[in-house]
Design a protein around this ligand. Structure first.
Ligand SMILES: NC(=O)c1ccc[n+]([C@@H]2O[C@H](COP(=O)([O-])OP(=O)(O)OC[C@H]3O[C@@H](n4cnc5c(N)ncnc54)[C@H](O)[C@@H]3O)[C@@H](O)[C@H]2O)c1
Length: 255
């Protein structure tokens, strides 16, 4: 796998999985431009500080990007312990808006990678709703749809990761066929990053204990990053529209 000469925009670069993807992509020869609401803690080739839950901030951030971007990694996210509106804006509506804007700068052969979650695995239970939301194309249209279809706070993280997986599937083939740009999701299981504790609070001890014996241990960010980096590379040139679990086998145990 080589990322030599590629310019990759990585959101969420200031912590956890995003920081590890940035480090690994640079190691493999990419120029990495980070985007985060917090300052980064590692060397990057460029950095745009932005709140990726706000349309005007996203537009201003995109205006600072180079005209040519080979790949976009949508990694920034907040846990379900955050305000429900924030979860919707950062994990789904803002991610979509950023992607649609950056797409204009991605040439044929480019790649988009969205970080979903094992907690989005139950998307088939709500497929019709997620398709309706995906069809509400703009940030504003999506927000309006959500006002008419409120999401309970307790499960909003799961809901918007499910919605992301469905949006990824419904949008990707049009872009692959029409523009030659691939789009995929990566769905991590529990990962040791600063928000792992929030997931324990969110899910409750019972669910966490039920999952614990199904896997060897939670993952590390450097076990998720290689799959994301590979999806950005030309080696993955025929992989599009997929959702790849990187979870130590945890999802397979739910069958
Ligand atoms: N850690 C896990 O167990 C786990 C499991 C599955 C999926 N995920 C997903 O992985 C992604 C990365 O999470 P992580 O574990 O590295 O968490 P993290 O908290 O370490 O990193 C998240 C990054 O996103 C940034 N961010 C949050 N809100 C933002 C906003 N409004 N604007 C700009 N930047 C913002 C934060 O500043 C932070 O740098 C998230 O999408 C998360 O949902 C994490």
């Amino acid at each position: 796998m080589s990322l030599h000469g590629k310019t990759i925009v990585v959101t969420g670069t200031s912590s956890g999985i995003g920081a590890e993807v940035a480090r690994l992509a640079r190691f493999h020869g990419a120029k990495v431009i980070g985007m985060d609401r917090n300052d980064p803690g590692l060397t990057l080739d460029g950095f745009v500080k932005a709140d990726l839950g706000i349309v005007a901030a996203i537009d201003a951030a995109v205006a600072q990007l180079p005209a040519h971007v080979d790949a976009l990694c949508n990694i920034a996210g907040v846990p379900g312990t955050a305000d429900g509106d924030l979860v919707a804006r950062v994990n789904y509506l803002g991610l979509r808006h950023l992607t649609e804007k950056v797409l204009a700068r991605i040439p044929r052969g480019g790649s988009i990678v969205n970080v979903a979650s094992i907690l989005g695995a139950e998307w088939p239970l709500r497929l019709d709703l997620h398709k309706e939301l995906a069809a509400a194309r703009s940030f504003e249209a999506g927000a309006a749809w959500l006002r008419d279809h409120p999401v309970p706070h307790a499960t909003c993280y799961q809901y918007f990761k499910e919605a992301l997986i469905v949006w990824n599937a419904t949008r990707s083939q049009e872009w692959f066929m029409g523009k030659g740009v691939r789009m995929n999701c990566v769905a991590p299981g529990p990962v040791f990053t600063p928000i792992l504790g929030d997931f324990v609070t969110m899910l409750g001890q019972e669910r966490v204990q039920a999952d614990a014996h199904r896997m060897l241990r939670p993952g590390f960010a450097d076990e998720i990053a290689p799959v994301i980096a590979w999806l950005c590379s030309d080696a993955a040139r025929w992989v599009s529209g997929s959702n790849i679990p990187v979870d130590g086998g945890l999802a397979s145990t739910y069958l």
